[in-house]
Design a protein around this ligand. Structure first.
Ligand SMILES: [Zn+2]
Length: 221
């Protein structure tokens, strides 16, 4: 892992700001005061949120993904911004993917909740991210799973809804950290619909230019 990265208490930042209303200035000020490198966000591992064991072994790819792909989970757009809700949602996604889709595990590598909490998706994705030289092959974008990381956002954004400020800022922070860890240019952040016929990730796709700009800024570039 890059020694320049400085871990901050993401949940402390969130508690300090009004719930769900943390302004961009909060993160930017903290990051610039620390260093020019990307801030490492708190990510709750599968152990922390009580994931089921994968049905089989998740493939670990040696090497680095060349892009990030953003998704939405089409879960209800809850007003529950708690960490507990993020964990419930992570379990809901895993059950859906394993029981309904018949997949071995959660298909995404990471999920950002509407309250701004991050959960590890496919088991092993978090230690791989910390390592920086390998990643877990997810099941999220046909043709891209062996060369990308899938980051999903809790909620449905194809029908006019917008993410919360906390969710957006956490997505920016997570993307910046992942790009730094894997040496991915900020321009290489895409949406699911760039690679297939889907409405996913809704308005996040419209906002990709903004996401790339904000990720680049969060990396101190
Ligand atoms: Zn998707």
């Amino acid at each position: 892992m890059n020694a320049d990265h400085r871990r901050i208490g993401r949940r402390i930042l969130l508690r300090t700001g009004a719930a769900g209303l943390l302004g961009a200035a909060g993160v930017a000020a903290t990051a610039s005061a620390a260093s020019a490198a990307a801030v490492e966000p708190d990510i709750d591992s599968t152990t922390v949120w009580g994931a089921r064991r994968p049905n089989g072994t998740n493939p670990v790819i040696t090497g680095r993904p060349n892009k990030l792909i953003v998704h939405h989970t089409v879960a209800p757009n809850t007003a529950d911004f708690s960490r507990e809700q993020a964990h419930r949602h992570a379990r809901w996604v895993q059950n859906l993917h394993m029981d309904d889709n018949g997949w071995r595990d959660s298909g995404y590598n990471f999920i950002v909740s509407r309250g701004g909490w991050i959960t590890e998706g496919a088991t092993g994705s978090l230690p791989a991210l910390h390592h920086g030289g390998r990643f877990v092959q997810g099941i999220h974008t046909a043709g891209q799973n062996t060369q990308s990381i899938g980051i999903a956002n809790e909620g449905a954004y194809h029908d006019g809804a917008v993410p919360t400020a906390a969710q957006w800022e956490t997505l920016v922070t997570l993307c910046a950290f992942a790009c730094e860890q894997y040496g991915i240019p900020s321009t290489q952040i895409y949406g699911h619909k760039d690679f297939g016929s889907t409405l996913c990730p809704g308005i996040f796709h419209d906002r990709l230019p903004r996401l790339r700009r904000e990720v680049e800024a969060a990396r101190g570039r």
